[in-house]
Design a protein around this ligand. Sequence first.
Ligand code: PDD
Length: 288
Amino acid sequence: MSRIAYVNGRYVAHGEAQIHIEDRGYQFADGIYEVAAIFRGQIIDEDGHLERMKRSLGELRMDMPMPEEPFRLVCRETLRRNRVRDGIIYIQVSRGVSPRDHPFPKDVKPALVMTARAVAWPENADDDKGAEVATVADIRWLRRDVKSISLLPNILAKQEAREKSAYEAWFVDGDGFVTEGSSTNAWIVDDQGRIVTRQLDNNILGGITRATVLKLARENSIEIIERAFTVEEALAAPEAFLTSTTSFIKGIVGIDGAEVGDGKPGPVTRRLRALYLDYCRGSGSNLA
Ligand code: PDD
């Protein structure tokens, strides 16, 4: 089946979709993005993604490219035209097209692009073999709370991790504390079974999966501590895991080649993964 992209008001064949060479997203990475998972026809945490998108836009002093209701309709139409029931939707908004010049151009319309594709999500909580991570210095800018399309440090970090046969990179700040993964949030479980993840501020992206996992933990009486942890602490912890829209919850079984816990996803991680999959399954279809 041919894929369809939404580009500035039109649905076009994916392979023929075009963006102007002076789009500020292309020239300056002057834009933001969102990625949401579609699970059995449902956009997981649609409201959360929309809220974060509005916040990212606001931080860059950009407007929503269209009012919320038509925006939601375009999301649905993009999914429908691509027949995606399990997969992802990618949304990107740039400041728009204008002759290259650093200051914000006047009277420019934001450019909106959406694509969707099918992904086969995990069916059961026990199929997670766990992932390795490799640590890298966090060399990013200090507004990591904005979901900016400027992802150079993230892709360099992910590439370095993959070259070391690791699934993910963990960014480590100047004081030895883990900030987050290159496209995931970072967690450990302490020796009392409490889950620990870095507090929200400008140093990390406020993950939507992170927020849902915290909510599920609260509802299931799993204690939460929001604070930074070091790599040494993670290595000594019984469990570590990561969260994101596309990875859901995944156990971390090794850091820089050293084993975490007993080298398998631990019980708290597996429980949270099961709760999260139930959450995805349980919310009913919200796509027409
Ligand atoms: N990445 N931290 C960073 C730096 C991220 O890029 C992401 C998401 C997350 C997790 O956020 P969420 O739970 O909302 O997906 C944390 C997306 C999936 C991506 O870039 O593809």
